[in-house]
Structure formats: structure tokens, C-alpha cells
Design a protein around this ligand. Structure first.
Ligand SMILES: Nc1ncnc2c1ncn2[C@@H]1O[C@H](COP(=O)(O)OP(=O)(O)OP(=O)(O)O)[C@@H](O)[C@H]1O
Length: 571
């Protein structure tokens, strides 16, 4: 052992900090792919993926993913090639998250609810080389391939057969299906580690809520950080039973496909999500963790008595993706679920803010707890900074819970940028070192962020900014309201006024009128925020990730024509 003299110790010569730093032993690229190798060692015989009566163990999942990676390489797929998938939450979809990037390729999960035209746009934009497809989605893909411009090389198509679904006929013996591809693969394959942790690993298209979908690229490092961060902020214990209610295509299931390998969870796959199936699976499989957009919570909370089943124990739900109204959080917790709330974007690879819960809040009444929980919260431990800045001055807004500004973020989970779209990348990732989210929020005195709106959804009435989210949260509190969305309707005097689209609960007393809803609102919010117009509808238009399409409703409100002084339904 080297002995350091007292003089050298004091002068600092012998421990020159400048000479220490990155070295080959501490610079191995961060990647979430290694989690699977570890899971095969730690949890080898434990269930990894469950679907109907198919149960894989972690060592089987590891070997299946190695087979997939090696088979892709032998088909000619090489580093940075895009491999797309058009699959529901079936076991193959889970395996894609490891197997595809283990071949060096970039995984592109396509939203299964898109139409052929949009799928064609994405395939063309990404230059995808190969696509795995579910039998139910084959017709959409076939149409999409026909829509590719002549001369554009079509991706190779591989069908992922599903023996559990009798409606799909077995593929002809000559077709190269997913399982036949795996048979050709090498279960001992030396998977391709990224040369750098900044190498691209994932391409996700945004939901297209506000504009055409953008191709978000994430590297191994970003996904690694978000995965570990998500397990920490949700405090996921070892060996959870996790139900896949969140589509894995939605921002990679908020990084939980990789996260479940860290904690050796059992991934319970579901092809379709409805309240009966979810309650039944929770009871039958002993599910204790699931994720979903607020629309899923609403579905579970409003399920009729016969559909709802008693929960087998503590069941934790993580919600994100859209603002959860306090009333929906309240109802979901009232039937026994323990809800956590976080916020993120496709561009952040998953959740980057979470409403970190304080023990002292447990003592508060349930409605107050729900109100606090509806806030998006604080940065997750893995993120560096969050701020809310004034659009004009660029300065932080006061922490007063009312001054609105744009939410900006910094940290390792932020995207590398948008594929083939420098202008969009520059607009979002600015030279000042912040990522601009396009969401408008406030900072409360306790340092918790609350979203008020997406910038495009803010209603400006007589110079006042009205948060559609705030108005909606009051409407959700009405006992007969199932869903509500508030958008701007042109007004000759005020410029814009709030227009509410409301779906009433099934079996709600038929006599609820627009005047009732307006009266309810007047008692609970400043009068300038009260909707002038209330439109009842059987359903509200949603994006494929379950978000209400406000732009569609805005168009409808515009088509209704401007409200005039003295003619609004508020009068
Ligand atoms: N907890 C939350 N509360 C409120 N809004 C949320 C929450 N989590 C996510 N969001 C909303 O979802 C957005 C991110 O959604 P996503 O990345 O799926 O695509 P999108 O923004 O809906 O689509 P596009 O960018 O194509 O319009 C956020 O910018 C925010 O508006």
C-alpha cells in the first residue's frame, strides 16, 4: 500500500484531483439492457411474463430476447436501423424492448390505434427496415404499406402469431412468424452493447394531441436513468405483480418494461383493457401494481357494481399522461386503490415530476388529499431541475400558486431531439439549456408544480387567462358528470369564453341541464371562469393514448359561432 507523506498530503500533490476522473472501468455505457441479464441470474425461475396460460420465467425471457436479437442480426439488421412494432400488450411486445436494441437497432413502437395513413407517414418518416405486427393489425399495416410512395423501400413484415386468439387463423407453414424467427435465433448470443451511452435506442412518436406526431429519439443513458428513477419515485418493491393496463407503445410504458426486470416483477399482459377484464385479472392474478392515464382511473371508478370486484389487497396505481381531476382521484381511492400521480412527456422518456407524498397529508380529509394529489409535484430524484418561466421575460414566476408560466426541465431523461426535424428540436431544447414543455403551470409556495393547461388550451377571456383544467376539475366534481372537457369558444365581446363538453354518467338522472351545470360552476369558481356554453355528448373524442382531443372540440366550438353579449346560455 502506498504511504503518503504528511507534507504531500497537505500540499495535495499526491491526490491531485485533476488527474482523477473517467477511466475504462467506470465508463461502461449505461444501458437498461443489462437489467435482463441480471434478472435471469437473480430471478431465473420466477415468472417474468404471463398471458392467458402462457408463463415465462426470467431465464426464458432472457434467452428469448437473445434469440430475437441474434435473429434480427442474421436478417441483416444492423446498428441504428429502425425496427418498428405494431403490437398490443402481448408477451412479444415486452420482449421487443430488450431484443430489438440488443441487436443494435432502434425500437420504434407504433401506436396501435392509428389509422393506415398515419402509420404510413411514420414508416416513411422513420425509414423503418422491419416491422413486427399483430394479426389484428395486419389489415391496417397492409393499407399503410400500399400508401407508401412508390420507390420507398417497404419494411419487411413479420407476423406475431397469437395462439390464444381463435379468431386469427394459423399462419401458413411458409410464413416467417415471430416464433419461427426465435427458433432460428441463438439463445447464447453475445448481445450488442452500445458503443456509447448516447447511442440512440428508442424512437417514439408523440401522441399528436396538439400537432402532427413528432419522432422523439432517446439514448441508452436517458432510458437507463428514467427506468431507475421511476422505480425510486414510485417506491416499487421487489417482485411486484404488474398489470399492463398502460399501452407499452405509450412512451415505452413509462419505462416499466425495463423496470420490471430490475425488480423481478411479473408482467401480466392484457390484449384489451376494459373494467371487467381489469378487475377480474387483478383478483385472479393478485395484481398489486398498474399504471394508466386518468381515463383508466375514471373507467375503474365508474364501473358498475356487478363489474367491480373486491381488491385482493393493496393495489397501487400510477397515473400520468393528462391532468387527473381531484374528483377522479378521490373516487378511485374511495374504492380502495392507492393512487400516485406523476407527469412526463414522450420527450422525457416517462415521468419526471411526481407528486411526492408527505406523511402529514395523511391526516387531511380525503377531498383535500385528492386536491393536493392532483398537483403534478416536484422533480423526480433523477432529474436535475424544473422551473416555471414567464413567456416574455424568461424569468422564474413567483412561487405564489397563481402566476402562470411555461414548465421547463433539465436532466438526463430529456430526449436527444426530434428525428429529421431540427427546427422542432431547436424550439424545444433552447440554447439556455432548458427543455420547453409547452405546458403552462404555476409553482406553489411549497415548491410543488401544478399544470394549468397546455399552452394551446389556455382560454383567454377579456384578457384573463382561464385554465381549462381548473374548470374541468370543478365539473368532474358534479355527481352526474362522467367526463368533461373545456375549450375556448369565440365571443364577440370577451374574445373567448369557456365552452364545456360533458358526458353524463350512465344512469345519471335524465333531468341534468346546461343550466344545472352552469349553476354548479357558479357556486364553485370565479364567474369569469364559468362556462358560457355546455354541450352534452355521448362520448368525447380521444387520442389513441386516451387524451381528450381538445382541438377537435375547439373546432366544434368554433363551428357553433361566436357567443354574443346577452345570448350566452349563462344568462
Ligand atoms: N400528470 C399530468 N398532468 C397533466 N398533464 C399531463 C400529465 N402528464 C402528461 N401530461 C400532458 O401530456 C403531455 C405529453 O403527452 P405525450 O408526450 O403523450 O404527447 P402529446 O403531447 O399528447 O402529443 P403532441 O406533442 O403530439 O401534441 C404533456 O406535455 C402534458 O400536457
Amino acid at each position: 500500500m502506498a504511504v503518503i507523506s504528511h507534507a504531500a498530503w497537505c500540499s495535495g500533490d499526491a491526490t491531485d484531483m485533476d488527474k482523477l476522473g473517467a477511466n475504462p472501468a467506470n465508463s461502461r455505457a449505461l444501458t437498461p439492457l443489462g437489467f435482463l441479464e441480471r434478472a435471469a441470474t437473480v430471478y431465473g425461475d420466477c415468472p417474468s411474463v404471463v398471458y392467458h396460460d402462457t408463463v415465462f420465467t426470467w431465464s426464458q425471457t432472457f434467452r428469448r430476447c437473445l434469440r430475437l436479437a441474434s435473429a434480427l442480426v442474421s436478417l441483416g439488421i444492423s446498428r441504428r436501423d429502425i425496427v418498428s412494432v405494431l403490437l398490443p400488450n402481448v408477451p412479444a411486445m415486452y420482449e421487443m424492448h430488450f431484443g430489438v436494441p440488443m441487436s443494435g437497432a432502434v425500437l420504434n413502437s407504433i401506436n396501435t390505434r392509428l389509422d393506415a395513413r398515419t402509420v404510413a407517414v411514420l414508416l416513411r418518416h422513420s425509414g423503418s427496415k422491419l416491422i413486427f405486427v399483430d394479426p389484428a393489425l395486419l389489415p391496417v399495416l397492409r393499407d399503410a404499406l400500399r400508401l407508401l410512395p412508390s420507390g420507398h423501400p417497404a419494411p419487411r413484415v413479420i407476423l406475431v402469431d397469437d395462439p390464444h386468439e381463435s379468431e386469427f387463423p394459423p399462419a401458413p407453414a411458409t410464413t416467417l412468424t415471430y416464433e419461427r424467427l426465435l427458433e432460428k435465433g441463438d439463445p447464447e448470443f453475445a448481445w450488442l452493447r452500445p458503443a456509447s451511452e448516447w447511442d440512440p435506442m428508442i424512437l417514439n412518436y408523440t401522441s399528436g394531441t396538439t400537432s402532427a406526431p413528432k419522432g422523439v429519439v432517446h439514448c441508452h443513458r436517458g432510458i437507463f436513468l428514467n427506468t431507475v428513477d421511476s422505480l425510486v419515485h414510485w417506491a416499487v418493491p421487489p417482485r411486484p405483480t404488474y398489470l399492463w393496463t398502460l399501452p407499452m407503445f405509450h412512451a415505452n410504458g413509462w419505462s416499466f418494461p425495463w423496470g420490471m426486470a430490475v425488480v423481478g416483477g411479473t408482467n401480466v399482459c392484457l390484449r384489451r383493457v376494459d373494467a371487467a377484464e381489469v378487475y377480474d385479472t387483478i383478483a385472479r392474478r393478485g395484481v398489486n401494481h398498474l399504471c394508466g392515464a386518468p381515463v383508466v382511473l375514471n373507467m375503474l371508478a365508474n364501473a358498475p357494481e356487478g363489474v367491480r370486484k373486491p381488491l385482493p389487497g393493496k393495489v397501487r396505481i400510477l397515473t400520468s399522461g393528462a391532468p387527473p381531476p381531484a374528483a377522479v382521484l378521490y373516487r378511485t381511492e374511495a374504492i380502495g386503490f392507492e393512487v400516485s400521480h406523476g407527469y412526463g412527456l414522450t420527450e422525457t422518456a416517462g415521468l419526471v415530476l411526481s407528486c411526492a407524498w408527505k406523511g402529514e397529508w395523511d391526516k387531511l380529509p380525503a377531498s383535500e388529499r385528492a386536491r393536493l394529489k392532483a398537483r403534478q409535484g416536484v422533480r423526480t430524484p433523477g432529474m436535475a431541475e424544473v422551473d416555471i418561466v414567464d413567456g416574455e421575460t424568461g424569468r422564474s414566476v413567483p412561487r405564489d400558486g397563481s402566476s402562470m408560466g411555461e414548465i421547463v426541465l433539465r436532466g438526463g431523461c430529456i430526449t436527444l431531439g426530434y428525428l429529421n426535424d431540427d427546427a422542432a428540436t431547436k424550439a424545444a431544447i433552447r440554447d439556455n439549456g432548458w427543455f420547453y414543455t409547452g405546458d403552462v403551470g404555476v409553482m406553489h409556495p411549497d415548491g410543488y408544480v401544478e399544470i394549468r393547461d397546455r399552452s394551446k388550451d389556455v382560454i383567454i377571456s377579456g384578457g384573463e387567462n382561464i385554465s381549462s383544467v381548473e374548470v374541468e376539475s370543478v365539473l368532474y366534481g358534479h355527481p352526474a358528470v362522467h367526463e368533461a372537457a373545456v375549450v375556448a369558444r369565440p365571443d364577440e365581446f370577451w374574445g373567448e369564453t369557456p365552452c364545456a363538453f360533458v358526458r353524463l354518467k350512465d344512469g345519471a338522472p335524465g333531468a341534468v341541464t346546461a343550466a344545472d351545470v352552469i349553476a354548479w360552476s357558479r357556486e364553485r369558481m370565479p364567474h369569469y371562469m364559468v362556462p358560457n356554453t355546455v354541450v352534452f355528448r355521448d362520448g368525447l373524442p380521444k387520442t389513441s393514448t386516451g387524451k381528450i382531443q381538445k382541438h377537435v372540440l375547439r373546432d366544434l366550438a368554433k363551428e357553433m359561432g361566436p357567443t354574443r353579449r346577452g345570448t350566452s346560455s349563462k344568462m
